[in-house]
Ligand binder design. Sequence first.
Ligand code: PLP
Length: 414
Amino acid sequence: MLPTVSHGDGLHVYDTDGREYLDGCSGAINTNLGHGLTEITSRMHQQLDAISFAYRTQFTSEPLERLSGLLTDLAPGSLGNPLYCNSGSEAIEMALRLTTVFHAQAYRPFKCTVLTEEPSYHGMTAGALGASGHPLRKHNLTPLLANQATVAKVRPRHGEMRADVEQWERAIDEVRAQNLAAVIVEPVGGASSGAVPCDPAVLRRLRELADRDGFLLIADEVMTGLGRTGAWFGCDHAGVVPDVMVLGKGMTAGYAPLSAVLVRDEIAAAFDKPLGSVLFGHTMAGAPLAAAAGLATVEYLKEHDIPARAERSGRYLRALLDGVAARHAVVRDVRGRGLQLALGLHADPDRSPGVAHDLVRAARDNGLLLYPSGVNALTESVMVAPPLNSTEAELEELTVRLDRSLAALTPAPA
Ligand code: PLP
């Protein structure tokens, strides 16, 4: 039985029994600025009083236009032309839709294979889940995953958690360039590998191959985007501009549902009509209330230089986690980038997922929220990804509770 949430304050969450939890994983790695931030809630209240909904084919809104301008300024290269959705999954679905129409309208219908990674997680709708390399989340759903015939997978070498340059090159050769519509990649893994970064050399090579072979490079930045990894975008660490960038989660820091697909000018220009009118959209997508939350969030991130702060806090937290890891044999490694970190765990292959869920439960009993990740015993892990504006004292408290939770998990020596 789950506890009933009562209220939140910064990175503290309280239940109706009066218990306090420190949020070590920002909800689902989306409440990136903690709870009750008046800079966001006041703007939402104002918008709610003015108008919360207007249909996207009838009106635009001031917060949406300003948010679009801000995202276009912040995104690298010519990425912009935002299309809005309500969740990361929907936005991945939109990116797949865009890919399909992009090739079809240029008389390249044979370009229909999407290459993604094993492991990866791109969302729970049929297309996004079909493109994911996450067997646990696909279990029993095969009949629903209509796109299985058009999804190819790149796998890591035995004993490795993510594919290297050579594995990607081989997979692209196998698909054959003329059939490849797009590659989707997570700059740092989330629920899939548990914060294993993509080698920057892979992203750079994928950019070269996309240019050579005419497929779209889609960066799934639903988790990594907008500061989480200590840069504005995960791709920035490799200096790579994807053709399509998908944002979600941190866009409104959990204050409202909103996600976006950003598209390079050169790709958007290939469509003879505005993208929104070709690809359509969801009823609530980009409605004024969510747009106001998104605008207030992204302005806050910019004004307070939050990505740089996440980079500093990430280094600080990582050092603390290294100290904790050294005290507990169950911890295999500490990994990640910025404040998207994880503890890799020594898992029992016959009981995976097991230890990650045990640790999440033990942590909850010790007043700490963590996020289980990984798709097998090799990748089994818990993500440690607190809000990007956490203080050093809060990060220290997090590690005290984590240490206690790991001790509760590990049987005491005889
Ligand atoms: N892509 C990535 C990298 C994610 O981590 C997630 C969610 O965890 C999604 C897509 C799907 O987003 P949502 O849960 O908002 O549909």
